[in-house]
Design a protein around this ligand. Structure first.
Ligand SMILES: [Zn+2]
Length: 348
C-alpha cells in the first residue's frame, strides 16, 4: 500500500483502490500518500498506462515562462490526470468507465482508456467544440452530447448512465486519482527552482490542487519559498472568484453561467471548491476573472508569436496582463503561465 483515500468533508478513510467516486456523505475523495514525499498511487508496473508523456517544455520570454502543456499526447494538461485514472482503473481490473467533460478531459480520458483497454462513454455539452468531439470518438469512446448550456446537466446525465450501466463513474471533476495525477505538474514546476507565481486558467481547480500537492510532495522538509498560485476564470463563469472576493471558504449560492470563448473552464459548481480556495489562499495567491474580449486579444497575441494555445489557455495570459495592470504581479516577477490546451482542437 502506498496510500489511502480520504473524504475531504467527514475524514472517512477508504482503501487506496476503490471505484467510489465520492464519500457516502457526498464529500469529495482525495488520495493521500502514506509517505508525504510520494507523488503518485502505487500502480504496479504492468498496469502503468503510457502514451509517451514528456516533461513539458518552458518557453522563456523575459521574466515569463510559458509551460507548454498542450504538447502532451492528447493535446492538453489533462493527460496527467487521465493517465493516473486509467492506470488506477486498470489496477482494479475495471472494464468500462463513464465520465463527463467539456472536451479536453474527455479527449485525454478517451485516449488513456483506449491505451488501457477500458471501454469509455464520454458525456459532453452540446457546445463542446466539434474537433474535441471528433477526437474523443476517434479514440473509440462513445460520445454522448447533452443539451443545455449548464455543465451540471452533463454531469448528472453521466452519473445516471453510470448507475444504470454498471460502468465506473470516473469524471475528472470527482476522481481522486485524477487530482493525484495532476501532482506531476507541481513536481515539474518545483524543478524549475525559485518562482514568484504560477498563473493558470481555472474551471474545476484540478490544476491548482495538483500544483499545490505536487509542490508539497516535492519540497518535503525544504524551506524553499512557494510560488503564489494565481487562478484565472472568465467573467461568464467565475464562482471561485466570487467566493474568493467575498472571503468565503466555499462557493456562494449558484449564479447562472453565460457562454464564453473559454469553453473549457465553464464549471458552475466545482466539487472541490473548498480545497481550491484554501490552496490558493495558503500560497498568498489570487483568483481574478477576465472578460472574453481580453481572452480573445491574449489568444491573438500568443498566436502571432507562434504559440498556438487554445482560447481557454489564453485566459491565463489575459489574466497575467490583468494582474500586472492591477499591481497584483510585478513586471520582474518570475512567473510561469500554464498553457493548458492546443488550439488545433478548437477548430470547427
Ligand atoms: Zn465523507
Amino acid at each position: 500500500m502506498t496510500g489511502e483515500l480520504h473524504c475531504d468533508a467527514c475524514d472517512k478513510r477508504l482503501p487506496e483502490w476503490s471505484t467510489a467516486w465520492r464519500c457516502d456523505c457526498g464529500g469529495t475523495l482525495s488520495w493521500n500518500p502514506a509517505d508525504p514525499a510520494e507523488l503518485l498511487p502505487g500502480v504496479t508496473a504492468e498496469n502503468q498506462v503510457t502514451l509517451g508523456e514528456i516533461v513539458t517544455p518552458v518557453l522563456e520570454r523575459g521574466a515569463v515562462g510559458y509551460k507548454l502543456e498542450y504538447l502532451s499526447p492528447s493535446g492538453s494538461f489533462k493527460d496527467r490526470g487521465a493517465r493516473c485514472v486509467a492506470s488506477c482503473l486498470k489496477q482494479m481490473d475495471v472494464k468500462a468507465a463513464t465520465l463527463d467533460s467539456s472536451g479536453n478531459a474527455g479527449a485525454a480520458m478517451a485516449a488513456y482508456m483506449a491505451a488501457a483497454g477500458i471501454e469509455a462513454s464520454v458525456f459532453v455539452p452540446e457546445h463542446a467544440s466539434a474537433a474535441k468531439r471528433r477526437q474523443i470518438a476517434a479514440y473509440g469512446a462513445r460520445v454522448v452530447p447533452v443539451r443545455g448550456g449548464d455543465r451540471s446537466r452533463v454531469t448528472a446525465a453521466a452519473q445516471a448512465y453510470a448507475q444504470g450501466s454498471g460502468a465506473v463513474y470516473a469524471s475528472h471533476l470527482w476522481s481522486p486519482y485524477f487530482i493525484a495525477g495532476m501532482r506531476t505538474l507541481g513536481a515539474e514546476l518545483a524543478e524549475l527552482g525559485s518562482l514568484d507565481a504560477v498563473i493558470f486558467p481555472t474551471g474545476s481547480g484540478s490544476l491548482a490542487l495538483g500544483v499545490a500537492q505536487g509542490l508539497t510532495a516535492h519540497r518535503q522538509g525544504s524551506r524553499e519559498r512557494w510560488p503564489r498560485l494565481l487562478g484565472i476564470q472568465v467573467a461568464a463563469c467565475a464562482p471561485l472568484v466570487e467566493a474568493f472576493d467575498a472571503g468565503a471558504d466555499d462557493l456562494l449560492p449558484a449564479t447562472r453561467p453565460q457562454a464564453s470563448i473559454a469553453e473549457g473552464i465553464l464549471v458552475a459548481r466545482p466539487p472541490r471548491a473548498k480545497a481550491v480556495l484554501r490552496a490558493i489562499r495558503e500560497s498568498g495567491g489570487e483568483l481574478i476573472s477576465v472578460g472574453d474580449e481580453q481572452v480573445r486579444d491574449a489568444a491573438d497575441t500568443l498566436w502571432r508569436h507562434g504559440i498556438y494555445a487554445e482560447p481557454t489557455s489564453a485566459t491565463a495570459e489575459a489574466g497575467r496582463i490583468e494582474l500586472l495592470r492591477r499591481d497584483l504581479l510585478g513586471p520582474s516577477d518570475r512567473a510561469i503561465v500554464v498553457l493548458t490546451g492546443s488550439a488545433l482542437k478548437t477548430q470547427a
